[in-house]
Design a protein around this ligand. Structure first.
Ligand SMILES: *[C@@H]1O[C@H](CO)[C@@H](O)[C@H](O)[C@H]1NC(C)=O
Ligand SMILES: *[C@@H]1O[C@H](CO)[C@@H](O)[C@H](O)[C@H]1NC(C)=O
Ligand SMILES: *[C@@H]1O[C@H](CO)[C@@H](O)[C@H](O)[C@H]1NC(C)=O
Length: 366
């Protein structure tokens, strides 16, 4: 039918345009179109997927004196943390066992830190409050946050970098990936920074929060009530909806392009996707994260970084440490260590609001 139409058109337009018409309507042969798709498909399988699956060699305690992220240590902590079992907010496992494990580990880090170079403060707090969530009022009482502030001695900066993840779990999941993985990564990052004689501009607050899986109560409690919250001007939020591969930059902003520039500059093995951000913000995935709370109630911009390999284990009894290779911890650890160091030196952090207005002003003047 297509050919018949073509013929009619070229006849009615006379001989002069005949060749032209024929040329313009002729189609690319089918095998080229298929080849084109195949080409991109192959490119995806040949480059993107192997790239996504490639992980660095995991470091062992042999490198303990090199001031680098040691996956072996993070793995050992993940073993202990996930072996506590289900850590439902309010349960003995979450409020006593997990909290005690983290406090012990943090005291240990504080003990080995460079005390003449850094000030390290560990703060266990409880928060109660309420906020509207969808069409109900969510009230909570006594949720726990462990916040650790690390500042170089003589540091005068009044703006802090916040690094957050949660240690509680849904019912019936040991939650090794969501988000035990990120909790032990934070512990190791803190250990490395606090034992390395390298200074930075802004104090860093590491927040180990104990109530995310309900409706993100602990992050709300922190950002609305904690003594350090008003000074936190940017956040690196770490999450898991699975675990065991590369972590992905899921969301950034709002409006602070320097965040992405720092990500590009400092992350050793970057993997970011705009598709992920679009999907998340479109509301197709019926899920929120602490990142939303910090933005909504604290107006804190930042990066939302997520482990999402093995998504089928998310919120199930299969979210166990066996799914997590040490190499994945090394990958995320190297990235997050470098990113935290970069952010902690960011001049943009001095006042994120002023920074935004400066950009607007420049645009208007131009
Ligand atoms: C902090 O300041 C004191 C007094 O000015 C000085 O003696 C000390 O060396 C400084 N510490 C660091 C780590 O810069
Ligand atoms: C941060 O700045 C200090 C000097 O103020 C410098 O010694 C350090 O290497 C910087 N760190 C990074 C990651 O740029
Ligand atoms: C981000 O920028 C957009 C467009 O410039 C603006 O409408 C919006 O209010 C900004 N959001 C924040 C949180 O500043």
């Amino acid at each position: 039918m297509g050919d018949k139409e073509k013929l009619l058109i070229s006849e009615s337009e006379g001989t002069g345009s005949k060749i032209l018409t024929k040329k313009s309507t002729s189609k690319v042969p089918w095998y080229l179109a298929t080849g084109f798709l195949l080409f991109w498909g192959l490119l995806f399988f040949a480059i993107v997927i192997p790239f996504f699956n490639r992980l660095p060699t995991a470091r062992t305690l042999d490198d303990a004196d090199k001031n680098v992220f040691i996956a072996e240590r993070a793995y050992k902590n993940l073993y202990t943390l996930s072996n506590i079992g289900y850590k439902l907010t309010g349960s003995k496992e979450n409020e006593i066992e997990a909290v005690q494990f983290l406090l012990n580990e943090l005291e240990d880090i504080k003990e080995t830190s460079l005390k003449d170079f850094f000030d390290m403060e560990i703060d266990l707090s409880q928060a109660s409050g309420s906020y509207p969530y969808k069409n109900l009022l969510n009230m909570y009482q006594g949720v726990q946050n462990i916040a650790v502030k690390l500042a170089p001695k003589n540091c005068t900066s009044e703006t802090y970098l916040l690094v957050n993840s949660h240690f509680d779990s849904k019912p019936f999941t040991p939650s090794a990936g969501d988000a035990g993985f990120m909790i032990v990564t934070m512990l190791e990052v803190l250990r490395v920074i606090s034992t390395t004689r390298e200074t930075f501009q802004h104090p860093i607050v590491f927040l180990f929060n104990g109530a995310e899986e309900g409706m993100m109560e602990a992050s709300h409690g922190f950002i609305t009530q904690h003594k350090w919250a008003p000074k936190c001007k940017a956040v690196i939020n770490l999450e898991g909806v699975g675990g065991g591969g590369r972590e992905v930059l899921f969301q950034s902003g709002p409006n602070h392009s320097w965040l992405l520039n720092y990500y590009k500059k400092y992350v050793k093995y970057p993997f970011a996707t705009v598709v992920a951000e679009e999907v998340f913000q479109s509301g197709v995935i019926p899920s929120d994260s602490d990142f939303t709370q910090f933005r909504k109630y604290g107006n804190v911009p930042g990066l939302d970084i997520i482990q999402l390999t093995n998504g089928y284990i998310y919120h199930t009894i299969y979210d166990v440490i066996d799914e997590i290779p040490r190499e994945a911890l090394q990958n995320s650890g190297d990235n997050i260590l470098s990113l935290v160091r970069g952010f902690a030196n960011a001049t943009e952090l001095h006042d994120t609001k002023v920074f935004f207005y400066i950009i607007v002003n420049i645009l208007i003047i131009n």
